[in-house]
Design a protein. Structure first.
Length: 246
């Protein structure tokens, strides 16, 4: 049985699949996170740069922090000139008070909350902001429920249900937050849907024969869903949380 740490550290093995198939984030969410931010931005757990690229396109002064070397390599190719550094939410390679906004997308649920909260508070200037973001497959669509069942990521789905319903767990000095929810569609083809499934942590760590079974089931669902042009509409809801500290 895989542990949470195994899954958190698994993404490098599928870094290219992650970059090809994972969706980015709606412009409305990125603009909301950056609203009123004048100073430097740090994107932590940046992966291959899905959020980093959107932040850099709007703001420019962005540092990306990512512990996996394979993910960082793709990030630097995807976001030319990116200041990409090795580090984690619990051990940030940033000076005290050096950033005005610290973001984490698809990553806060992996952290040690008290330690990551303390590190975020250390590196944030005052005023400063912590922004936490998740893309969540919309449960309103019955086909999405069937896809989730085929993926078999019950533990991860349970985590996301808690975040969606109650917000993420944070520690002092972060407490009350603003939130935004944006519904949108990710348009991909069947092969990309399978690649997306292959980039999930709970699929990556499975034995090969189980992984092939999962991906076969996902391909069948994608072929069922595909329009005549081969496109697959995958509905998402993006949940973002903004904690301001003064």
């Amino acid at each position: 049985m895989s542990t949470s740490d195994d899954r958190a550290l698994s993404f490098g093995a599928a870094a290219e699949a992650y970059d090809r198939a994972r969706p980015s984030y709606p412009d409305e969410v990125v603009d909301w996170l950056l609203d009123g931010v004048d100073g430097p931005v740090a994107d932590v757990g940046a992966g291959t740069g899905k959020l980093t690229s959107s932040l850099a396109a709007r703001h420019g002064d962005v540092v990306a922090v990512e512990p996996d070397a394979q993910m960082r390599e793709i990030l630097q190719a995807t976001v030319p000139g990116a200041d990409a550094r090795d580090g984690t939410a619990e051990h940030l390679p940033l000076g005290a008070g050096s950033t005005s906004l610290l973001t984490m997308a698809q990553a806060w649920h992996w952290v040690d909350v008290p330690r990551a909260s303390a590190e975020a508070a250390r590196v944030l200037a005052r005023p400063g902001r912590l922004g936490l973001v998740w893309n969540y497959r919309s449960p309103a669509d019955p086909w999405v429920s069937r896809l989730s069942a085929a993926l078999g990521g019950a533990d991860s789905a349970g985590q996301m249900d808690g975040i969606r319903d109650d917000g993420p767990a944070v520690a002092a000095p972060f407490s009350s937050c603003d939130r935004i929810v944006v519904a949108w569609n990710h348009l991909i083809d069947v092969d990309s849907l399978v690649t997306l499934a292959a980039s999930r942590s709970y699929v990556i760590v499975r034995p090969e024969h189980e992984r092939e079974q999962v991906l076969g089931a996902v391909r069948a669902l994608g072929q069922e869903r595909a329009d005549v042009d081969g496109s697959v509409r995958l509905p998402y809801e993006t949940y973002a949380f903004r904690y301001d500290v003064t």
